[in-house]
Design a protein around this ligand. Structure first.
Ligand SMILES: Nc1nc2c(ncn2[C@@H]2O[C@H](COP(=O)(O)OP(=O)(O)OP(=O)(O)O)[C@@H](O)[C@H]2O)c(=O)[nH]1
Ligand SMILES: [Mg+2]
Length: 463
C-alpha cells in the first residue's frame, strides 16, 4: 500500500454536461497546486484556512490562459474526505471545461487519481474502515429507498461496530483461556460454562449476520422477476403494463418474444427488474428453440417467477409443462385476459386446481386494460418485502463479508471442539484469535493488501 503520498486529482462529478462539475485535488501539495492555477480574492496557498470558499478564476499554469470562473473550497487535513489537504474547484460542468481545469491541475503537479483512490486514502488515513468505504460505493449505486437506508447505516458504522464487538468477545475469550494455562496444578479448575455461553452467543450473532447476505443481494441489486408462460398468454403485454412503457413487442402471433426483455421498476422502495421471456412450448425452428432456452435459463436464475395463463384457454397440458419447468419461488399465478371472458368463467378458473403450493396467490388480471394490476403490485410488494426482511434491522452483508463471517464461524466451532477435549485448550485460544482475524478482514484491520486493492478497484473514477 502506498505510504508516501503524492497529490492526486480527478473530476469527481458525472462525466456528462451539467450545470456544475467539481475537480478535487488531494495530497500534500493540494494548496500549492491551487495557488498555481487559481487567481482569486484573498486566496493564499500557504495561509488559506480550512472550510472556506474563494471566488476566482482558473488559469493554465503554463499558458496563463483563463479557463473557467470557479469557486475554490478548502479542506485542511485531517478534516477532509481523504484526511489529506484537499481543495475542490467547483467549475462550470461542461465536459470540455472540466477537462481543461483538470489538465491545468495536472500540469501544476498533481497526478491523475486511480478509480477509488480518494476513498482508499480515506481508508488508509483512518477516516473510515473498509466496510464503511464499501458503503460509500453502495450509497452511490443505491437505486431504492431500502438500498439507500442500508448503505447509510453501514456508512455510519453499524456493521463495523457489530464486528468490533464480536472481535472483542473472541479476543477476551482467548485471553481467558490463556490465563487458565498459567494456573498451577493445585488451583481449582476454571468454570468453562460462562466462556461457552459467551462463545455460543458470539456464534449465534455471526449466524444472524450471515443470514442477511441473501437479503443483501436483493437490497443492493434489486429483485429479479421472470415472467413465464406459454406463447401468446400476454407476458409481453404484462411487462409493458407494469413498466408503464412499450418495452417489448406484442403481436397476436404466438412465439413473438425471442430474446429476454427486461425493465426495472421501483415498487414500495424496492427495485424490481422484470424479465419478459419467450413463450415456452415445443419449439418450431432454431430461433424459437434458442429463445425458449433463454427463457428457461432466466426463469431458473430469477429471485421469483410470475406464471401467466390465458383465461380464454384455461389450464392446458402446455401450461402444465411450463409449470413443471419452474424451479424458482412462484410469486403468483396470473389468469390474464380476464377482460375477454365472462365473470362466471373467471370464478371457475379460480377454482381450477393448479398444482402449486397453497400459499401462492392466484389472481385474475388484464394486462390489456390494467384490471387487477393493482392487486398484482401489492402481491409483488409484499413478496419482495418478505424476501428482503432481515433479522438484523438494516444490516445486510455482502458476499465478501459473508465469506469472512463463515470462516470466523468455522474457527469458533473449532475452538468449541478443542475446549471439549480439555488437553487441547491452547488450540482453542488459537482458533479464537483466528476468528478475530477473519472478522477483522471485514473492517479492514486484518485484510490482505490484495483484497483491499480489489475492493477499491471496483470503485468508479473520481471516488
Ligand atoms: N383481450 C386481451 N388480450 C390480451 C391481453 N394481454 C395480451 N393480449 C393479447 O394477446 C396477444 C399476445 O400478447 P403478447 O403480450 O405478445 O403475449 P406473449 O405471452 O408475450 O407471447 P409470446 O411472446 O409469443 O410468448 C396480443 O394480441 C395481445 O394484445 C389481455 O389482458 N386481454
Ligand atoms: Mg412476448
Amino acid at each position: 500500500m502506498p505510504t508516501v503520498r503524492d497529490t492526486i486529482a480527478a473530476i469527481i462529478t458525472a462525466h456528462a454536461a451539467a450545470p456544475v462539475g467539481i475537480v478535487r485535488v488531494s495530497g500534500p501539495d493540494a494548496f500549492s497546486i491551487g495557488g498555481r492555477v487559481f487567481r482569486g480574492s484573498g486566496f493564499n496557498a500557504a495561509h488559506a484556512e480550512s472550510h472556506r470558499i474563494y471566488y476566482g478564476h482558473v488559469h493554465h499554469p503554463q499558458t496563463q490562459e483563463m479557463l473557467d470562473e470557479v469557486l475554490l473550497l478548502t479542506f485542511r487535513r485531517p478534516r477532509s474526505y481523504t484526511g489529506e489537504d484537499t481543495i475542490e474547484l467547483s467549475c462550470h460542468g461542461g465536459t470540455y471545461v472540466l477537462g481543461q481545469v483538470l489538465s491545468a491541475v495536472l500540469t501544476a503537479g498533481a497526478r491523475h487519481a486511480e478509480p477509488g483512490e480518494f476513498t482508499l486514502r480515506a481508508f488508509l488515513n483512518g477516516r473510515m474502515d473498509l466496510a464503511q468505504a464499501e458503503a460509500v460505493a453502495d450509497l452511490i449505486q443505491a437505486r431504492s429507498a431500502r438500498a439507500l437506508r442500508s448503505a447509510l447505516q453501514q456508512r455510519e458504522g453499524f456493521l463495523s461496530r457489530r464486528i468490533a464487538a464480536l472481535r472483542r468477545q473472541a479476543l477476551e475469550a482467548a485471553a481467558t483461556i490463556e490465563a487458565w494455562l498459567e494456573l498451577d496444578e493445585d488451583e481449582s479448575p476454571p468454570d468453562a460454562g460462562s466462556l461457552r455461553a459467551s462463545l455460543s452467543q458470539c456464534a449465534a450473532s455471526i449466524e444472524s449476520l450471515l443470514r442477511t447476505s441473501e437479503v443483501g443481494k436483493i437490497v443492493r441489486e434489486g429483485f429479479r422477476i421472470a415472467i413465464v408462460g406459454r406463447p401468446n398468454v400476454g407476458k409481453s403485454t404484462l411487462l409493458n403494463a407494469l413498466a408503464g412503457r412499450d418495452r417489448a413487442l406484442v403481436t397476436p402471433t404466438a412465439g413473438t418474444t425471442r430474446d429476454v426483455v427486461s425493465d426495472t421498476i421501483t415498487l414500495g422502495g424496492f427495485n424490481l427488474t422484470l424479465y419478459d421471456t419467450a413463450g415456452i412450448r415445443p419449439a418450431k425452428g432454431m430461433v424459437e428453440e434458442a429463445g425458449i432456452q433463454r427463457a428457461i435459463e432466466m426463469a431458473s436464475q430469477a429471485d421469483g417467477v410470475l406464471f401467466v395463463l390465458d383465461a380464454r384457454r384455461g389450464f392446458t397440458t402446455g401450461d402444465q409443462a411450463v409449470l413443471q419447468s419452474i424451479n424458482r419461488p412462484l410469486i403468483a399465478v396470473l389468469w390474464n385476459k380476464r377482460d375477454a371472458v365472462p365473470e362466471s368463467r373467471l370464478r371457475k378458473l379460480l377454482d381450477t386446481q393448479i398444482a402449486t403450493n397453497d400459499v401462492t396467490p392466484v389472481l385474475t388480471v388484464s394486462a390489456l386494460t390494467g384490471a387487477g394490476l393493482d392487486v398484482l403490485e401489492s402481491v409483488l410488494n409484499q413478496h419482495v418485502r418478505q424476501a428482503s426482511e432481515s433479522s438484523e434491522n438494516e444490516i445486510v452483508v455482502r458476499e465478501r463479508h459473508a465469506e469472512a463471517l463463515r470462516r470466523a464461524l468455522e474457527s469458533l466451532q473449532a475452538s468449541f471442539r478443542h475446549l471439549e477435549g480439555s488437553d487441547e485448550i491452547v488450540l482453542a485460544a488459537e482458533e479464537l484469535r483466528r476468528a478475530s482475524d477473519h472478522l477483522g478482514a471485514i473492517i479492514g484491520e486484518t485484510t490482505s493488501e490484495d483484497v483491499v486493492r480489489e475492493v477499491f478497484a471496483r470503485f468508479c473514477l473520481g471516488k
